[in-house]
Ligand binder design. Sequence first.
Ligand SMILES: [Zn+2]
Ligand SMILES: [Zn+2]
Length: 259
Amino acid sequence: MYDCHVHTNFSTDATMDIEDAIRVSRKLGLGLIITDHMDYKHHIPNEFIFDPDEYFKEYEIYRSDELLLGVEIGFRDDSLDEIRKLKDNYPFDFIIGAIHVVNGMDIYYKDYYEGKSKEQAYEEYLKNMLLLVKHHDFYDSLAHMDYITRYSVYEDKGLYYAEFPDLIDEILRELSGADKAIEINTRWIHDRDTANNFIEILKRFKELGGKYITIGSDAHRPEDIGVNFKRAREIVHICNLKSVYYKGRRPCYVKQSLV
Ligand SMILES: [Zn+2]
Ligand SMILES: [Zn+2]
């Protein structure tokens, strides 16, 4: 079993030494895929990007069957050339596609929600996600589909399938049609409502032909590696999907005995 979403010192918002990450994951019996942030054109210059030459130079010596090298790319329509170049020129094992910015605004910040109803803010977010999955092929797994629920400002932050069935179906159809994976981001999965809302979406993914799930903690500190993985494995089982990790950009099944 692998933790497929882990940030180390190459991510602006993480302070995790790769050797600490390896030590903790070994203790837990987990493999790791390092997925540092690459968010081109972030509004804070030089934040959330790293030098991929440096990354491979520094981390190549740690690479093994248990330590794979990936990246979390923040999707935005105005940085497609950079994304394509990165994907084509570096030997990543795994690429996570993430929506952190919608129409130029980072949804982590309150400004994005200003003057918008929940419906407007979430619809804009999901439409952006649809754009990613419909027109681009740089990624293997779609990260934290419910990311917006972590930072939105509304009383009820939940992302409910029933509120956007057509849009969510369209996204799920594109993902399953292209054999892409969806990530269970375990950081918030201990929350029962968050988990249940996501289970509903994953069940629909299965109905529409989806197969693959990647499980990632999104750890930015060693103590968060592998967090809530038991719950994630239960969810994969409930939804009758397959847990995979990626090596050389190809899905590999997580051995049943380890699930
Ligand atoms: Zn992310
Ligand atoms: Zn992340």
